[in-house]
Ligand binder design. Sequence first.
Ligand SMILES: Cc1cc2nc3c(=O)[nH]c(=O)nc-3n(C[C@H](O)[C@H](O)[C@H](O)COP(=O)(O)O)c2cc1C
Length: 366
Amino acid sequence: MSTEILGGPSALPFGIAPTGFTRLMQTEGESAGASAAGAAGIPFTLSTLGTTSIEDVKKANPNGRNWFQLYVMRDREISYGLARRAAEAGFDTLQFTVDTPVAGARLRDKRNGFSIPPQLTLGTIINAIPRPWWWYDFLTTPKLEFASLSTTGGTVGELLNAAMDPTISYDDLDIIREIWPGKIVVKGVQNVEDSKRLIDAGVDGIILSNHGGRQLDRAPIPFRLLPEVVREVGKDATVMVDTGIMNGADIVASVALGAKFTLIGRAYLYGLMAGGREGVDRTIAILRSEIERTMQLLGVAALAELEPKHVTQLTRLMPLAGAPAEAVGGGAPRVRAVSGSSARAPKASATTKKESEARPKASAKS
Ligand SMILES: Cc1cc2nc3c(=O)[nH]c(=O)nc-3n(C[C@H](O)[C@H](O)[C@H](O)COP(=O)(O)O)c2cc1C
């Protein structure tokens, strides 16, 4: 089940995706993720919006592979400074996220009054009354804040809108290339044209991702794009995929359709929330055993033996119009089904509300 990805080994065909404000989910946060990834021999990605510093992630995973996810901000020097620090700390791959020119609507955050730093609302207090261990944790662990950015506070959407540069373009790749000595991959690619253009531009890889449905909530489903992207960019290009991976069979199906690697976001966070470091270990162990069993049931002994014929995508989830059958890996029904369950549609919702005018400021922390 081991594989080579971006110039190094991974014991499993998946790694941990970047997630912001991870210590909000559980106090151990990125340290638990990084150390569990290191122990399992898979890469860990730290987000620009992480709640653990670059150096502390390196301490948690000193011998394993650490990757850094970069948001290009209005104040470019903040982003470039973080990239330089990550390079100095030995992070070997940079994920340049391009699906966040502005924040997604995140209506539930607004409804729930969720902000960074989190505020103690009446609802929070009522919720916490029967949970004394929550109070203990809240009062005895370091304050929840971004590790690398200072903010004046606001909802996640407001912070993202204030911090991110919506004008990022292909030109930014050239600048990042000068700063970053390691591998560069672009995360959040959502169509075939961009995939081709990026591979032609010489990036080391692309991640088909719709951010777990957190940005444009009607964005294309990455798993569905995979076969056509792989066909267009060639099977040697490093195409990776995330979004909706909740089972090892989703990983097997992605590899069978040509993905070189996959990333998990929420699956990792659920483990973290359930049990800190042990919970992340358990997530990885569950996925490992699901991959193994799925491969055994398919009769394949190695990842390299997986082929599109091992996957059946559910017809009812296929796009209805405008897309040729081959664009979704369709055509004749396939034999030896692996569920296409990673192709969960992101939830659709409509908003007519305007984003807040308020623009909290973000700046680098030393
Ligand atoms: C709570 C949360 C925070 C996230 N923060 C970031 C981030 O800071 N940068 C980024 O590139 N992606 C971020 N993502 C997206 C993940 O990297 C990944 O693309 C996504 O979670 C994959 O979908 P999945 O959660 O279904 O596995 C975040 C996802 C979640 C769930």
